[in-house]
Design a protein around this ligand. Structure first.
Ligand code: NAD
Length: 476
């Protein structure tokens, strides 16, 4: 759907090297800033985002016809709330944290200093270009790093605007946006960054981690996968249908934490499908292609990918309960609900990342848990239920990066919660303190004040010293 700009050109290797070296030379100036100076930077960023709010909306409309209100809700608000949270907490996060001293080490004191990692790389995806670039950026600024941001080439209007915006308030030796695609990303990954924060597909996450291993660079990988939804027989079907329909079709289903597929208790299955259809109509009217609230698939490659999944499932016997309409010229796929989707169809072997909802009925909750656990650990798992026993049983017997009970996706918005996956859906966490921590090294510092009892145990060893060692092991 890119209306005005095409994929940005790759950035020259020499230019990448030049900026990286400038940041390396400048990193201690940034690192040694006070909390007030970092708060001032965050304030400037906040004002910048608000100043460019309408241009951000325009860029995202041109990139994939995202509705301006949806931009406010899912791009602007997560950034401004992340900035506000960091502004009010960064002083506390940066403060020296005293820790206790074990008795055997009496005479010393210990503290933790969160120091910046140094020069860091943020690689972001196209599905929430601003949110998923500026969110980690806020954490990296709060932690005191020099930052190179490589946004996705698939949302070129957003990418170009980010470059323009950040150049307005930051020198490139502190924060630089480097545009480009796979080649630029590959060149960047050859450099010895001190941390890489990558958001994207698990397959690319493996490439990033492989490249990082060459320099033993630490990584945060915010990946994706298939996030299941379980709706039991006690759930409020109307609420579940409304929330799942929103979570599935917002941003045209191109959401890492979208409810990928749904298990609903057989006794509620038809009621759930009927309600989802009602909500599709009330959100996006009879014909979603004419409703401006409904975004588009980002480009024709992804349109063909998602359409291919639907066609494959239908060919293998799946039913279309709602939607199933396409417009190739507009990269439009109507909000779609499907049943009888074979587990071996691509719709169920791949992350959908589009407006398609496979729905399965169930009678035995343990069978659902078995099915969920037979797959990679998801980024999110959603439970709709009024039954505490069922909720606790599901949480205790599954694994996921995060969970919402009686909702979906909204855990992303709580800056007090760690956000991220587990294994195939991600490594490390972001948001709030967890984002600050990702871009910091907690440096343990011990200061010796008076001679320590352990100094009595220095070589040469003898029987008396051995007795003292034995007592130390026994009592301390
Ligand atoms: P992607 O992995 O294709 O691209 C992400 C970034 O990696 C882009 O900037 C791209 O230029 C770069 N890249 C692509 N191929 C590369 C390669 N071979 N080597 C080096 N860099 C490369 O992901 P996408 O298509 O932009 O986004 C969709 C994926 O991201 C989905 O899997 C989704 O679940 C995931 N995602 C995760 C989160 C999260 O917070 N966990 C958020 C949004 C999206």
């Amino acid at each position: 759907m890119n209306a005005t700009l095409t994929i940005p050109k790759e950035t020259e290797t020499a230019e990448i090297q030049r900026i990286f070296e400038a940041q390396q030379a400048n990193q201690f100036n940034i690192a040694n800033t006070t909390s007030s100076q970092r708060i001032a930077k965050l304030k400037k960023l906040h004002q910048l985002v608000l100043k460019y709010r309408s241009q951000i909306k325009e860029a995202l409309f041109n990139d994939y016809r995202k509705h301006p209100s949806e931009v406010d809700l899912t791009e602007i608000y997560p950034i401004t709330s992340e900035i506000k949270h960091a502004k009010s907490h960064v002083h506390r996060w940066m403060r020296k944290q005293r820790v206790k001293t074990p008795l055997a080490m009496m005479g010393s004191s210990s503290r933790i200093k969160y120091e910046p990692k140094g020069v860091v790389l943020i690689i972001s995806p196209w599905n929430f270009p601003f949110n998923l670039s500026f969110g980690p950026l806020v954490s990296a600024i709060a932690a005191g790093n020099a930052i190179i941001l490589k946004p996705s080439e698939h949302t070129p209007n957003a990418s170009a605007l980010m470059k323009e915006m950040l150049a307005e308030i930051f020198d490139e030796s502190e924060i630089a946006v480097i545009e480009g695609g796979v080649q630029t990303s590959t060149d960047l990954l050859k450099l010895p960054f001190n941390h890489i924060f990558f958001t994207g597909a698990p397959s690319i996450g493996k490439i990033v981690m492989g490249a990082a291993a060459k320099h033993l660079t630490s990584v945060t990988l915010e990946l994706g996968g298939k996030s299941p939804t379980i709706i039991d027989e006690t759930a409020n079907v109307n609420d579940a249908a409304r929330r799942v329909a929103w979570g599935k079709y917002v941003n045209n289903g191109q959401v890492c934490i979208a409810p990928d597929y749904v298990f609903v208790h057989e006794s509620k299955k038809q009621a759930f499908i009927d309600k989802v259809k009602e909500y599709i109509q009330s959100f996006y009217s009879e014909d979603a292609s004419k409703e401006t609230s409904y975004a588009r698939i980002v480009n024709n490659h992804h349109f063909k990918r998602v359409k291919g999944y639907i066609d494959d499932a239908v060919a293998k016997g799946a039913n279309i309960e709602a939607g199933g309409k396409f417009d190739n010229d507009q990269d439009f796929i109507a909000p779609t609900v499907m049943t009888n989707v074979p587990k071996e169809s691509t719709l169920m072997t791949e992350e959908i990342f589009g407006p398609v909802m496979p729905v399965y009925g169930f009678t035995d909750l343990n069978e659902v848990i078995k099915e969920v656990n037979s797959r990679e650990k998801p980024l999110a798992l959603y439970i709709y239920s009024k039954n505490k026993k069922n909720i606790n049983h599901i949480i205790a017997n599954t694994r996921a990066g995060g969970t919402c009970i009686n909702h979906n996706a909204v855990h992303f918005f709580n800056t007090n919660l760690p956000f991220g996956g587990s294994n195939n859906s991600g490594i490390g966490k972001g948001h709030g303190f967890y984002g600050f921590e990702a871009f910091s090294n907690p440096r343990g510092i011990l200061k010796q004040h008076i001679p320590n009892a352990l100094e009595k145990l220095l070589p040469p060893y003898n029987n008396t010293k051995q007795k003292l060692i034995d007592l130390t092991i026994k009592y301390f």
